[in-house]
Design a protein around this ligand. Structure first.
Ligand code: R5P
Length: 290
C-alpha cells in the first residue's frame, strides 16, 4: 500500500526524514487560521486508498489537537485507508491517577480522544509509570519505541569514564539498560515531588565516582527542577559538572536557561521535540516501526 506522510507545522524536518527512509511521499496540505481563529484545513495530495501517516510531536498539546483531529478526519473523508499518528513525544502521560479529590485523570481522557480518530499510534518512550502498557488507556494499536540504544551509543562514542545517574526509581529500568549498553556504572536517586516546580532529590554516596563524568539521564526535561536539584547535590558531593540527557526536551518557560545556569557540562536531547540541544537522531528509530 502506498504511504503519504503529512507533517503538522513544526514537524516538517522529521517527517521528511521519515518519508525518505520508508519510501513514502510527503503529503501537501494547507493549515491556517480563519480571522476568528478557527482552523482551516485542506489536503492537496491524493490520499485515496493510501496509508496516511501524520507526524506531530505533542509538546504544547492543547493547540495541536484540533488541527490533528481535522487532518485525520479530512484524510479519511478523502478515502484514506487508515491514519497513523506518529507522536515522538506523547503528552498527557503523567496525570495518570487522581492525586487529589476532584482531579481529572487526563491521561485516560487524552488516550480516548486520540483513539477516536487515529487508527494507530507510534511513539517513543511514553511516560508509563503507574500504567504498564499503552493498551490500558489506548484502544488503538500502539507501537512504543525506545531511545535507550541511541543514548547508549551516543554516550559510548562521546564520553570518557561516565557514571550514569537516574533521578528517581521510575528511571531505574531504562537507566540500567542505557548504562549496560554504554558499559558504564549507574546510580539511581530518590525523588520526592512536592509540586509542579518543587522537587527534592536524595543522592546516595557518590564519592567513589568523583573521577567519573556524571551523566544525568531522564525521559523528560520539563521545568528542569529534577535535574537542577540533582546537580546541586552532585556539586556538594564534589562531582564534576554533569552532562544532562533528556529523551524529550520540553524546557517549559525558562527551564533551558536555568538548567544551563545550574552548571552543566552540556545538555543533550533527542529530536523527539525540536530544540538546539538535539544531538541524538530518532528518524531511523521511527522508520524501524514501518
Ligand atoms: C517524572 O517522573 C519524569 O521522569 C521526569 O523526572 C520529570 O518529568 C521531569 O520533570 P521536571 O523537568 O519538571 O523536573
Amino acid at each position: 500500500m502506498q504511504t503519504v506522510v503529512f507533517a503538522l507545522p513544526g514537524n516538517e524536518n522529521l517527517a521528511t526524514k521519515l518519508a525518505t527512509r520508508i519510501n513514502a511521499s510527503m503529503g501537501e496540505l494547507t493549515i491556517r487560521h480563519f480571522p476568528d481563529k478557527e482552523t482551516y484545513i485542506q489536503i492537496h495530495s491524493d490520499v485515496k486508498g493510501k496509508r496516511v501517516i501524520i507526524l506531530c510531536t505533542l509538546n504544547n498539546p492543547d493547540e495541536k489537537l484540533l488541527p490533528l483531529y481535522f487532518l485525520s478526519q479530512t484524510a479519511k473523508a478523502l478515502g484514506a485507508d487508515c491514519t497513523c499518528l506518529v507522536a515522538p513525544y506523547l503528552a498527557y502521560m503523567r496525570q495518570d491517577k487522581q492525586f487529589k479529590p476532584g482531579e481529572g485523570i487526563t491521561s485516560a481522557y487524552f488516550a480516548k480522544f486520540i483513539s477516536n480518530f487515529a487508527d494507530s499510534l507510534i511513539t517513543i518512550d511514553p511516560h508509563l509509570h503507574r500504567r504498564h502498557s499503552m493498551g490500558e488507556i489506548y484502544t488503538v494499536p500502539c507501537t512504543v519505541l525506545h531511545a535507550a540504544g541511541l543514548i547508549s551509543t551516543w554516550i559510548r562514542d562521546t564520553i570518557e569514564k561516565p557514571v550514569l545517574i537516574g533521578p528517581d526509581s521510575e528511571s531505574e529500568q531504562w537507566v540500567e539498560a542505557v548504562a549496560k549498553n554504554a558499559g558504564a556504572p549507574f546510580i539511581v536517586l530518590e525523588k520526592i515531588r512536592h509540586g509542579d516546580r518543587e522537587v527534592e532529590v536524595t543522592v546516595p554516596h557518590v564519592e567513589k565516582y568523583r573521577e567519573h563524568l556524571p551523566v544525568l539521564v531522564d525521559d523528560i526535561i520539563s521545568t528542569a527542577r529534577t535535574m537542577i536539584e540533582t546537580i546541586g547535590h552532585l556539586k556538594k558531593a564534589g562531582m564534576k559538572p554533569p552532562v544532562c540527557i533528556g529523551i524529550h526536551g520540553i524546557f517549559a518557560g525558562n527551564a533551558f536557561e536555568e538548567l544551563k545556569a545550574a552548571g552543566v557540562a552540556t545538555i543533550v536531547t533527542t529530536n523527539t521535540i525540536g530544540h538546539p540541544t538535539n544531538k541524538i537522531e530518532i528518524a531511523d528509530l521511527i522508520a524501524s516501526a514501518f
